[in-house]
Design a protein around this ligand. Structure first.
Ligand code: ZN
Length: 132
């Protein structure tokens, strides 16, 4: 019988012997919630092919080859898959804030909206903007 590794959204990971490869995922031993089978490549410490990350997805109409229907629907499927994957593997989601600068000194470490020094700064950095 194969052993599968499961993971719950509450953070619990556990292994379970399964008799059928198509058996439903067992409930979480801690919170009783739904669990998801961790793909074997995850269990082995490798990285599964998660498809394109959000930042690699075409951001422009031109990037979708003028909206080629097959390409776009394929992309949408990939996106959906990615969303589901990220739901169970939040570490894949990364930083989803929009990048406001990625050239020069920000190359390799893009400046994101809300970062100190970002133009159009957010309001989470100490000084107020009220009438005080
Ligand atoms: Zn749980």
């Amino acid at each position: 019988m194969p052993i599968y590794e499961y993971r719950c959204e509450c953070g619990v990971r556990f292994e379970q012997l399964v008799q059928r490869t198509d058996a439903a995922a067992p409930g979480c031993p801690r919170c009783g919630g739904d669990t998801a089978k961790i793909p074997s490549s995850f269990a082995l410490g490798g990285r599964a092919d998660a498809g394109l990350s959000r930042e690699q997805m075409p951001q422009t109409w031109k990037g979708t080859y003028g909206g080629d229907r097959e390409y776009v629907s394929g992309l949408r499927r990939q996106w959906d898959k990615r969303e589901k994957l990220e739901a169970h593997h939040p570490e894949l989601a990364g930083d989803s804030r929009p990048i406001v600068a990625h050239e020069g000194r920000y190359e390799g470490n893009p400046l994101r909206a809300g970062d100190p020094g970002a133009p159009g700064h957010g309001h989470g950095h100490g000084h107020g903007h009220g009438n005080d």
